[in-house]
Design a protein. Structure first.
Length: 685
């Protein structure tokens, strides 16, 4: 990794070293499709070099990577000279830098400036040449002047038009991004895993690897997509004065143009667009690494011109990276409350996606095998939004010699009993019901906030009590021997009293919380609430058949079967009886008191409402017999729109013509069961 320059080091030597490093990593990225470092780490090298060159102008050379567009041309493909160079983009990361860019532009142009704001798609730049209305050449960006001929491969991509129809220019270069959707990427990696093949690290690598193939049949099998966002050379055809018009023309000519592109006035609105997408980037079905802001007026673009590397009329607003490389110290297996054995990575701590990550999930046995990550590897770690950090894969080029593959353990690390993996299942389980590892997880889950919410009974305490034989199942919590607790280190009279009080208070939790706390496979918060509401009492659940439970809205056959199976075991019934004897509440909320006005209707809530929390709004819908799913479909009755709504949900609602309600409309819907007629689309653009 790039280390900062130590004081007194020779800047010329560091500049040389950086150029060599950048050259090396460029080759790994553009030619081999096998980067050893993440994009952000590469950018950091470039930034360091640019900083040194700015401080020591005598060290600048025309062939420095700071003066050129990255990339190179592999001998595998025929070189293609672009009609118009494919430049790179300068970048900003803040409103201040955006304003500084605006200020710089004032030196070249005056008057109003409008901006097209686009998403920065994380894929592979492509130049499509159409002559006489036919696709004649498709080329990668290469070094910006000369790219690689990948026409045969691009011809297999459905989203790329082969012909342009009547009125096409004599010649036109259409630029855009070849990318792989997240859905396609996940499906591809699932197929790789099932076939025992190595998985791809991220959608960008998968797209690049799929495109730069000698055999177009491989590309054809890979479900690649395309967004067009820029026109290069154009001869004999429509004349454009604004970028927005070129985008409209592209759309009419059959090119996919991203629906999130906006035309905005003023950098404040631009900044809002950028920050909106920083927050909502994960709602898209493709990865973006920022936004791109472009001057819309083509005459102004002409006046602004370009540096040797990038135009002055556009800038990339880069998001903080969500991927970093780090050392994989070890792989361990944790045992969950259902006995599931989950492998996880112990990492050299690394800051990524706004947090320091030292643990990351590896999901299951097949995923470790498909990723083929080994302790001692340099691995790519991703942390996106609130999602748990994940190891995406190993950097093979950095693998030390002789590193042995990791082998999934055959026995439970907590109890030593054999681990079992059933035919057709991807998960491995410890099936020993007395496994202390499972006991700890089950009891701490029972005490956790989403279940019985017992303060002072966290996982560490539970582990200590289990190890001392004070707890073996959740019912033991209510007969805890506090005299013995008082003998534990750190447990003074106040702590013991606090714990006793917290345990007492938990006896009154609603039935739904108790159901959540029992660790019944497949039964989560939503299913527990539905079951508690519909059945009203634990005794009715104990007596219910699978069919009866499956009838409950929000439960379904899988959960019903699992709940039934759980209570078929005498051991589990005994736990319930001991909880009852300890005075734990077994009663649910009253049977539905509300008129079931929304029965058969499905209402999606997105964004923040002023008068309801998300949970309250969804409860209000479900309490009236309706469904409150997390995504919009043909079956959606209405979408309730709060502040900062999910863009994907709104777009889908508009696309399907689903009515969109504000809070007042939502209140009316709850009141009457009917969608108020004045509903309309308040969405932007
Ligand atoms: S415009 C001169 N628009 O970003 C302007 N580029 O560092 C050329 N990219 O190589 C690019 N989304 O691969 C433009 N909406 C967008 C883009 C975009 C992604 C990529 C493209 C280019 C790189 C620039």
């Amino acid at each position: 990794m790039p280390s900062g320059m130590s004081p007194g080091a020779d800047p010329a030597a560091r500049v040389d070293a950086l150029r060599e490093l950048i050259e090396h990593h460029s080759r790994r990225y553009y030619l081999d499709d096998a980067p050893e470092i993440t994009d952000a780490e590469f950018d950091a090298l470039l930034d360091e070099l640019a900083g040194l060159e700015a401080a020591h102008p005598e060290l600048v050379r025309p062939d420095s990577p700071t003066q050129r567009v990255g990339g190179a041309v592999s001998a595998l493909f025929t070189p293609v000279t672009h009609r118009q160079p494919m430049m790179s983009l300068d970048k900003t990361t803040s409103y201040e830098e955006l304003q500084a860019w605006g200020k710089r532009m004032e030196r070249y142009i005056s008057g109003e400036v409008r901006f097209t704001c686009e998403l920065k798609i994380d894929g592979l730049a492509m130049n499509l040449l159409y002559e006489g209305g036919r696709l004649t050449k498709a080329a990668t960006r290469g070094d910006g002047l000369v790219g690689e001929d990948v026409t045969a491969n691009v011809e297999t991509i459905r989203a790329v038009p082969r012909t342009l129809g009547p009125g096409a220019p004599d010649l036109v270069e259409v630029r855009g991004e070849i990318y792989m959707s997240t859905t396609a990427f996940d499906a591809l990696n699932d197929r790789q895993t099932a076939a025992g093949e190595r998985t791809f690290i991220n959608p960008r690598n998968a797209a690049a690897g799929s495109l730069r193939q000698k055999d177009p049949a491989v590309t054809a099998s890979r479900d690649l997509s395309f967004w067009s966002y820029q026109m290069g050379a154009i001869e004999g055809g429509p004349r454009f004065t604004r970028h927005w018009e070129t985008l409209e023309w592209l759309r009419d000519a059959g090119f996919p143009v991203n629906p999130e592109i906006r035309l905005l006035d003023g950098l404040e609105a631009v900044d809002e667009y950028c920050r909106h997408w920083l927050e909502h980037r994960h709602e898209l079905d493709y990865e973006i690494d920022g936004t791109v802001v472009k001057v819309d007026d083509l005459a102004q673009r002409g006046e602004l011109g370009a540096t040797s590397k990038a135009p002055r009329w556009a800038i990339a607003y880069k998001f903080p990276p969500e991927e970093r490389t780090t050392l994989l110290r070890d792989i361990m297996v944790s045992i969950g409350r259902t006995g599931k054995a989950t492998p996880f990575a112990m990492l050299e701590p690394v800051v990524v996606g706004g947090a320091t990550v030292s643990l990351a999930t590896l999901h299951n046995q097949d995923q470790v095998a498909a990723k083929d990550v080994r302790p001692g590897d340099t691995v790519v770690v991703r942390r996106a939004g609130d999602v748990i950090p994940e190891v995406r894969g190993a950097v093979l080029a950095a693998r030390p010699e002789g590193l042995a593959p990791w082998v999934f353990p055959s026995t439970c690390p907590a109890c030593g009993q054999p681990l079992v993996r059933l035919e057709g299942e991807s998960d491995t389980f410890c099936v020993n019901v007395d496994c202390p590892g499972q006991q700890v997880q089950r009891i701490s889950h029972f005490a956790s906030r989403g279940a019985m919410d017992i303060e002072h009974l966290g996982e560490r305490t539970v582990r200590a009590f289990v190890e001392a034989g004070l707890l073996t199942d959740v019912a033991d919590i209510y007969t805890l021997d506090y005299d013995r607790v008082a003998t534990f280190e750190g447990w003074g009279p106040t702590s013991v009293d606090n714990l006793r009080r917290a345990v007492d208070a938990s006896r009154d939790r609603p039935l739904a919380n108790l159901l959540v706390g029992l660790s019944i496979r497949h039964l989560g918060t939503t299913g527990s609430r539905a079951l508690a509401r519909a059945m009203g009492h634990m005794d009715r659940i104990l007596a219910a058949s699978t069919d009866e439970m499956a009838q409950v809205e929000g439960v379904g056959p899988v959960i019903a079967a699992s709940v039934h199976q759980f209570f078929a075991l005498q051991r589990n019934r005994d736990v319930v009886e001991r909880l009852r004897a300890a005075g734990v509440n077994m009663q649910g909320p009253e049977a539905p008191a509300l008129p079931q006005l929304l029965a058969g209707k499905s209402v999606v809530v997105t964004g923040t409402l002023a008068g309801w929390t998300r949970e309250e709004a969804e409860e209000a819908i479900k309490g009236r017999g309706g469904k409150a799913p997390g995504s919009v479909s043909k079956k959606t009755t209405a979408v309730v729109l709060g502040a900062e709504p999910g863009a994907a949900k709104l777009a889908k609602a508009n696309e399907l013509g689903v009515p969109v309600l504000d809070e007042a409309g939502f209140a009316a819907l709850l009141e009457t069961g009917e969608v108020p007629s004045a509903s309309q689309d308040p969405g932007p653009g």
